[in-house]
Design a binder for this molecule. Structure first.
Ligand code: NDP
Ligand code: MG
Length: 385
């Protein structure tokens, strides 16, 4: 959309989460460009009702509770409250909606994201799990429908920006940065005894619990390798990871002449969210800026797959494709939940994933139904493991 165009009607899937909340702040800062059309949440209806008073969307949807569990009077009278996943999917298809922010966590975000792509919307997606599960199907759907898929994940947003300096065929590799999480320097022995509280304390980013645990195991980077593989269409062999504890350089692209382009900004998700909403325009920023009047040391360190075996899983799945992403993702979701419930050790998360991945019957070109069946199978196996 360029200057003078009408206000973009936006659906925020997962409005009550970390991404959703940051997104609302972007909308508030650019009310002349973006209007909240609908907000969705799963169960936290009180938080959703408060958000509705702030931005007055036309619709609010709760997918995980029934009407009788919710006090309708908590919502503004001008917001129509609906229930269930089909209602959310119908709203993302609404003809007045131009943009959908995919901020639901986990495989649960796939259906509504899929609906938005099918309807040819601009999809600003944080929900990386959708691409991990069904990358090739998602990309070909977007191509068929004319949907625009814009990454909110800070690394992929950075790569998207850096890729605008050259051609696809001129790229020698893309380099994802990783903070390394809270246990970057920990020995294998110490990692065995990580507690839930320690794993939930991320040094540089403030995010929802699932991705915070994924960052601590480095499974988040594994999922991001797979996300990058499908989104940008580079083989796993052209995707590198470098540990960068400061989380200032959000990722890099190296071209064949040796030039490396980086995107830098203090860690704050409002910037990539805004860019995904406004692209190809750049709007006035609202998040903190780089301060070069102070000394700044940036470190880049090689990752250690021996201590963080999730990375090896990420490369393997990015290389293999097929059914392996759906299985890895489902196994990891259950493993993270079991760890958060204190029913699994921290170091068991990648072990569980490895074991379920190795046990599954691989198919190189599955349908969406087959992927959803395997997602279910992997969850059952991961509960039993
Ligand atoms: P949060 O846990 O903070 O929020 C999750 C949101 O999804 C909430 O609105 C929640 O509703 C909703 N939700 C949860 N379960 C379901 C379900 N079964 N069906 C429908 N809605 C559901 O997550 P984040 O915001 O941290 O992460 C969202 C996505 O963005 C993830 O895929 C993550 O990997 C990705 N991401 C996040 C980043 C971040 O900075 N947080 C950075 C990069 C990517 P309710 O509140 O009612 O439970
Ligand atoms: Mg990321």
């Amino acid at each position: 959309m360029s200057e003078g165009a009408s206000v973009q009607q936006v659906v925020i899937l997962g409005a009550t989460g970390s991404i959703g909340t940051s997104c609302l702040r972007v909308l508030a800062a650019h009310a002349d460009r973006f209007q909240a059309f609908a907000l969705t949440a799963h169960a936290r209806w009180r938080e959703l009702a408060l958000q509705c008073h702030e931005v007055c969307p036309r619709y609010a949807v709760l997918t995980g509770v029934q009407a009788e569990d919710v006090d309708r009077s908590a919502f503004p009278t001008t917001t129509e409250v609906q229930f269930g996943r089909p209602a959310a999917e119908e709203l993302v298809r609404h003809p007045e909606v131009s943009t959908v922010v995919s901020g639901i966590v986990g495989a649960a975000g796939l259906h509504a994201t899929w609906a938005a792509l099918e309807a040819g919307k601009r999809v600003a997606f944080a929900n990386k799990e959708t691409l991990v599960i069904a990358g090739p199907l998602v990309m070909s759907l977007a191509q068929r429908s004319g949907a625009i898929l814009l990454p909110v994940d800070s690394e992929h947003n950075a790569i998207f920006q850096a890729l605008q300096s050259g051609r696809h065929s001129e790229v020698s590799r893309i380099i994802l940065t990783a903070s390394g999480g809270p246990f970057r320097d920990w020995s294998r022995e110490r990692l065995e005894a990580v507690t839930v509280e320690q794993a939930l304390a991320h040094p540089t980013w403030d995010m929802g619990p699932k991705i915070t645990i994924d960052s601590a195991t480095m499974m988040n980077k594994a999922l991001e390798i797979i996300e990058a593989r499908w989104l940008f269409d580079f083989p796993a062999s052209q995707i590198d990871v470098v540990v960068h504890p400061e989380s200032i350089v959000h990722s890099l692209v190296e071209y064949r002449d040796g030039s490396v382009l980086a995107q830098m900004s203090p860690p704050d998700m409002r910037l990539p969210i805004q860019f995904a909403l406004s692209w190809p325009d750049r709007l006035e920023g609202t998040s903190p800026r780089m301060d070069f009047t102070q000394p700044l040391n940036l470190r880049f360190l090689p990752p250690d797959p021996d201590r963080f075996p999730a990375l090896t899983l990420g490369y393997e799945v990015a290389d293999r494709g097929g059914t392996s992403g759906a299985v890895l993702n489902a196994a990891n979701e259950v493993a993270v939940e079991r760890f958060l419930q204190k029913g699994l050790r921290f170091t068991d998360i990648p072990r569980l994933c490895r074991s379920i991945l190795d046990a599954h019957t691989f198919d190189s070109a599955p349908s969406l139904d087959e992927l959803l069946r395997l997602d279910h199978w992997a969850r059952q196996e991961a509960i039993r493991w």
